[in-house]
Design a protein around this ligand. Structure first.
Ligand code: NAD
Ligand code: ZN
Length: 303
């Protein structure tokens, strides 16, 4: 059986357990009630999603349940994705095993100060990231969210901290990139809008220049800069009834505060292989890889 999620439904914060993606875990938490339809697979028309049944060996009794998120016709869903959703596509996360910050110090490559001090090093870093991301293909996690957009339309708000374009490649059409886009650049001097740019500007290349004489920089929100689309994002947070975060460590502000903003008013759900730093703010935590949990996860009830 494929690995999958272990769902801890509505645990009190103190009982949010860390369990492994592999299902060979001793399970010591309140489980969702066992269901009879074990070993089944079903398809739901709205989302076109098939749901899988997960089995937990090692528990006192073998338990079958579905990792399924029911979405009612009245729900407005806010999805926040982080670097983790792209990890299975081969794009390294910032933190954790294989994280980018093991090789680079962010203050040397991803801050306004770094740009002033050594723009060539900054472009070397982003050229490397463009190269890595240009080979990447969306994984089943991105595809499940694109299917969810087709089912929910304007009732889904997809906000990503990621700068890659894997959500768009998967078919999502309304992605809000709060930290910018890797394949766009902009002038550091004039108000020319950001433009498509997949160029690699590695030494000995010169720093690209704008017609105004300014330097062309990556269209990325660096540490110390203000994220993009913040007003739109908070309007969507205020309107949502269901908040889902996927693959984000919960340490980068302001995204890590979004769950606190909706807590107590919206259902708050996390999907990822480990508990995030802000895990206590979530009411449900599905512990597993996005590419394994999200396909078949969404069940959109029709009105
Ligand atoms: P992060 O690197 O801090 O944390 C990554 C998280 O993903 C961890 O919590 C980890 O447990 C989880 N994860 C690892 N594998 C996963 C999987 N298969 N499925 C689900 N989750 C998985 O990431 P963050 O919180 O997004 O950090 C913030 C910054 O990282 C953002 O500013 C973002 O712009 C930047 N970033 C973006 C990309 C990208 O565009 N793909 C890549 C690296 C970093
Ligand atoms: Zn310019």
């Amino acid at each position: 059986m494929a690995g999958g999620a272990v769902a801890l439904e509505n645990p009190s914060p103190a009982r949010l357990l860390r369990v492994q993606t592999q299902l060979r875990v001793g399970f010591r938490s309140r489980l969702p009630a066992p269901r009879n339809e074990s070993q089944e697979s079903s398809t739901h028309e709205d989302c076109g999603a098939s749901s899988q049944t997960y089995i937990i060996p090692g528990a006192a009794n073998t338990v079958h349940f579905r990792a399924v998120l029911n979405i009612s016709p009245k729900d407005r869903v806010f999805v926040l994705t982080g670097a983790g959703i792209s990890a299975e596509s081969g794009i390294p996360t910032f933190r954790g095993a294989g994280g980018l910050w093991r090789d680079y110090r962010f203050e040397e490559v991803a801050s306004p100060h770094a740009w002033q001090r050594d723009p060539r090093l900054v472009w070397e870093f982003y050229s490397m990231r463009r190269r890595v991301a240009s080979d990447a293909k969306p994984n089943p996690g991105h595809i499940a969210l694109a299917e969810l957009e087709r089912a929910l339309r304007e009732r889904l708000f997809l906000c990503t901290q990621n700068v890659d374009n894997l959500h768009e490649q998967a078919g999502s059409s309304r992605v809000v990139h709060m930290h910018g886009e890797l394949f766009k650049s902009r002038c550091d001097t004039c108000r020319r809008p950001p433009f498509d740019d997949a160029g690699a500007y590695e030494p000995p290349s010169e720093i690209p220049r704008c017609a105004c004489g300014g330097r062309i920089r990556p269209h990325i929100c660096w540490f110390g800069e203000v994220p993009y689309h913040v007003d739109e994002i908070f309007r969507a947070l205020d309107a949502c009834t269901l908040f889902l975060a996927v693959g984000t460590s919960g340490v980068v502000e302001p995204a890590s505060s979004f769950v606190g903003h909706v807590q107590g008013r919206a259902r708050t759900i996390y999907v990822g292989p480990e508990e995030p730093a802000n895990g206590s703010a979530f009411t449900e935590c599905y512990v597993g890889k996005a590419g394994e949990v999200l396909p078949g996860f969404f069940r959109c009830e029709s009105s």
